[in-house]
Design a protein around this ligand. Structure first.
Ligand code: SAM
Length: 292
């Protein structure tokens, strides 16, 4: 009898993957953690019953979350990753040779340990000497940051702001204020903001906050086959130049990202551009608050 993993994407809509076998099932202090070998999509990490990443399509999400902001920044040296416990985002960030230091603040040590054991391609770069991992809440880390500690690029690769999950604190106006103050001049940030078909309120809420604190704010999208609806958004904010075009090129063979896809990603379908307050799609918000 076939076994299926089922994710409720929205009321009345679920997605199922046929499971070949369960490789790990456990619970940390923060969430349930499962690693499944699927009949299609390869291996999958599932947290609190929500699909996080699969070995077959993770390259899309991680390349888009890493390379769009990093290649739009003139000279990223210090990068902060909040979340990212599966290691895939750190692997892509570390491909940028100009990046000298990556700090990854992951709340759940068990996710990293499980990923190291079952998702070796994701965690291939966790041994890079430029990377330091802190096991802490990303919001608390930003609140406690020393005044002189600044990052050129901050990437938020967390679980969705759902239920009582640990990701909730990473989608509040206070979080964006602290995040903005943790960026160096000209700094850029990007965050996964979910599937607009099922959770439009996430990208709408994030853009509203980002537009309050950043000189430039924009939404970009990608196809991510393993996420419900396959149509996924990221939100970016910049203290300097726009993020919607690369300033540099990738000097390694990418699997999804190109400069043309970078630009295309910021071309929003009208239904999404309309739903994003401040008409931020590709441009500066109408109201900006430079409070520090
Ligand atoms: N790509 C996935 C997505 O878009 O949903 C995210 C994958 S990654 C595994 C998400 C990570 O965020 C998890 O390891 C989780 O423990 C971490 N996380 C959630 N809330 C956090 C917080 N407040 N501080 C730091 N890490 C957090």
């Amino acid at each position: 009898m076939a076994v299926w993993f089922r994710e409720e994407a929205a009321p009345g809509h679920a997605v199922e993957w046929q499971v070949r076998r369960s490789l790990f099932s456990g619970r940390s202090d923060f969430q349930t953690i499962d690693v499944l070998e699927l009949e299609s999509f390869g291996r999958a990490l599932v947290l609190d019953g929500i699909m996080q990443t699969t070995t077959d399509d993770e390259f899309i999400y991680h390349e888009m979350l890493a390379h769009v902001p990093l290649l739009a920044h003139p000279a990223p040296r210090r990068v902060l990753i909040i979340g990212g416990g599966d290691g895939g985002l750190a692997r892509e960030v570390l491909r940028h040779q100009e990046v000298r230091s990556v700090v990854m603040v992951e709340i759940d040590r068990m996710v990293v340990e499980v990923a190291k054991k079952f998702l070796p391609a994701h965690t291939a770069a966790l041994g890079d000497l430029r990377l330091v991992i802190h096991y802490a809440d990303g919001a608390a880390f930003l609140r406690g940051l020393a005044p002189n500690e600044r990052f050129d690029v901050i990437l938020v690769d967390s679980t969705d702001p759902e239920g009582n999950g640990p990701g909730n604190g990473l989608y509040t106006p206070e979080f964006y204020r602290h995040l903005r103050n943790a960026l160096s001049p000209g700094g850029i940030f990007a965050q996964q903001t979910g599937t607009p078909f099922f959770n439009p309120e996430v990208v709408q809420r994030v853009v509203k906050s980002v537009a309050e604190f950043f000189a430039w704010a924009g939404v970009y999208w990608s196809v991510v086959p393993s996420y419900p609806g396959g149509f996924f958004t990221f939100t970016a904010g910049s203290l300097g130049s726009a993020v919607d075009a690369p300033r540099r090129e990738a000097t390694w063979p990418t699997v999804w990202y190109t400069g043309a896809i970078h630009r295309l990603a910021f071309s929003l379908p009208p239904y999404l551009a309309r739903s994003v307050p401040y008409a931020v799609a590709n441009g500066a918000p109408t109201s900006v608050n430079h409070q520090r």
